[in-house]
Design a protein around this ligand. Structure first.
Ligand code: PLP
Length: 525
């Protein structure tokens, strides 16, 4: 407590001069009694009380088996409630009750990710063990880009790299794996490494270092928007994106891609990177990775795979072959916060050749980067990522993997992919629904077949009304330029019965909407 520190303590711990110590001690006495740090904010018994209250709520949150969707609230109403709770006195509620009220609001206004009614997005109810480790990570606060600040997380990162390297078939010690805060950042980082590898003068000189060449990136039509965004950030320019033609699921067609690349070369573009998808966001479709690896090799392009969604299939002996060719990628991205069920965010970025990981950034910063290699800085990754302070995001994954074993992850992913298949088969038997694709992973898109013409679009109206009614939460996506309903199976407690209930909900909503269709245009539209 302020004012109670003995000079001896300063001596032992930080070795400062005795006169400085006396000065510190005097300052402490000046502050004594002023309670300048909120009385019990750091009190361990307050901590225990907060954890106890949170645990009780979270236990019922994750065990709630009701089928429900999102409770969507007008943001101004929510802001008013949040503001009431944030002011020092409300309804005479004491501090801890207010904390509980905030927690309740947090839980009630979120997507119920553990409910079987939630089929909407690529994040899931997390493994409780992983969630608890994430909570511990928050308190121990070990930023992990440097070994000295996060020793166990850095070692765990190496252990997970070995584990996953074995699944990919990459020899230990030859490849690199690092964590980044999200797949968008990982894609950007890998593409930056690709750019600097091909155009080493771009980093120091910018576009002035590109005498007479026009760098370009080739992507499939269904690449996630973050890939195109990365092209902009890298200074390559959106107009220098070469769009590779695909099939009806948007999967890159290698023969037509080759023609497109020839045409791009004819226009003077130098395509340095080909980005493929292993699990597109819209349909969960996987590009033909092996053939695209051939194409990239033949043209000396960096081959990058965005496996943010689908790389998790690597953990399953039954499903891994669907990603054949990923082992030939120069780099690939894998979001563990999607199909490995750990809290967001935890992304793994892999480079086949470890030395290429250092291509992305070429900087010196004497306060953090040691030039002399030692056993203590060998695991530092700060010179390979955008981030300086970075959460030890590997910890939830490593602990869950170590204590539950790979089988848990594999069984869950296999179940979810099987469920998508069964749901597709059920859908095909319903004449009032239009299946759009056979699912390759855990994503299934379809349309309500008897949709009256818009605008607005009837499928979008269905998805919005379903969200408002709050029994299910699904998403929508454009497929071949037309909106469709999209289901992402992330919950192993869901089954085909839940999917059939969703179809009944779609029918009910469609009937409700059709009676007032077309909707009158809003005033002034
Ligand atoms: C295929 C794909 N790539 C990249 C991303 C972006 O990843 P993140 O949300 O982790 O930044 C997503 C997100 O949904 C995705 O589906």
């Amino acid at each position: 407590m302020a004012g109670h520190l003995e000079p001896k303590v300063f001596h032992d711990e930080v070795n400062v001069a005795p006169e400085t110590v006396r000065q510190y001690a005097a300052d402490e006495h000046v502050d004594e009694g002023q309670n300048w740090v909120e009385g019990n904010a750091f009190d361990p018994s307050l901590f225990a009380e907060l954890v106890g209250r949170s645990t009780a709520k979270l236990k019922s949150f994750i065990s709630d088996q009701s089928v429900r969707g999102l409770r969507l609230i007008d943001p101004t109403v929510l802001a008013r409630r949040a503001k009431e709770l944030a002011t020092p006195v409300v309804d005479g509620l004491p501090h801890l009750d207010r904390f509980e009220a905030i927690l309740n609001l947090f839980l009630e206004t979120g997507i119920p990710v553990y409910s079987t009614g939630y089929m909407g997005r690529q994040f899931s109810g997390v493994l409780p063990l992983a969630g608890v480790v994430d909570f511990v990570s928050s308190l121990v606060n070990q930023p992990c880009a440097f070994y000295e600040a996060a020793q166990l997380p850095n070692v765990a990162e190496r252990l997970m790299a070995e584990e996953f390297g074995g699944l990919i078939g990459w020899p230990a010690g030859r490849f690199a794996m690092l964590t980044t805060s999200g797949g968008s950042l990982a894609n950007l980082t890998a593409m930056l490494a690709a750019r600097n590898d091909k155009f080493p003068r771009f980093w120091p000189e910018g576009t002035a270092g590109l005498v007479g060449c026009r760098p370009a990136v080739a992507v499939g039509a269904e690449a996630h928007y973050c890939v195109r965004r990365a092209v902009g950030v890298l200074g390559v320019g959106e107009t220098n994106i070469v769009r590779l033609p695909g099939d009806d699921r948007g999967r890159i067609c290698p023969a037509r891609a080759a023609e497109e690349l020839d045409a791009a070369a004819g226009r003077g573009l130098e395509v340095f990177c080909l980005v493929a998808s292993a699990g597109t966001t819209s349909l969960g479709a996987c590009d033909p990775l092996d053939e695209l690896a051939d194409l990239a090799a033949a043209r000396r392009m960096w081959f990058h795979v965005d496996g943010a969604h689908g790389a998790s299939l690597l953990v399953s002996d039954k499903l891994r072959s669907r990603l054949k060719g990923i082992e030939r990628a120069d780099s690939f991205v894998w979001d563990a916060h999607k199909l490995l069920f750990v809290p967001g965010v935890c992304t793994l970025l892999f480079y086949k050749d470890a030395s290429k990981a250092r291509r992305a950034f070429r900087q010196e910063a004497s306060y953090v980067f040691d030039t002399e290699p030692t056993v203590y800085n060998a695991l530092d990754t700060a010179d390979e990522t955008v981030e300086c302070t970075k959460r030890p995001m590997i910890m939830p994954l490593w602990v869950a993997w170590a204590l539950h074993g790979r089988g848990l992850f594999a069984r869950k992913i296999e179940y979810l992919c099987r469920l998508a298949r069964r749901a597709y088969e059920a859908l095909c038997l319903e004449p009032d629904f239009e299946p759009i694709h056979e699912p390759e992973m855990n994503i299934l898109c379809f349309r309500y077949a008897h949709a009256p013409a818009g605008p607005p679009d009837f499928q979008v109206a269905i998805r919005d009304r379903i969200r408002e009614r709050g029994a299910f939460f699904i998403s929508k996506v454009d497929v071949a330029g037309r909106p469709a309903l999209r289901v992402v199976f992330m919950n192993h407690r869901a089954d085909v019965g839940h999917f059939r209930s969703l179809l009944s909900e779609v029918r009910a909503v469609a009937a409700e909407l059709a009676s007032g269709w077309p909707r009158p245009a809003p005033p002034g539209a």
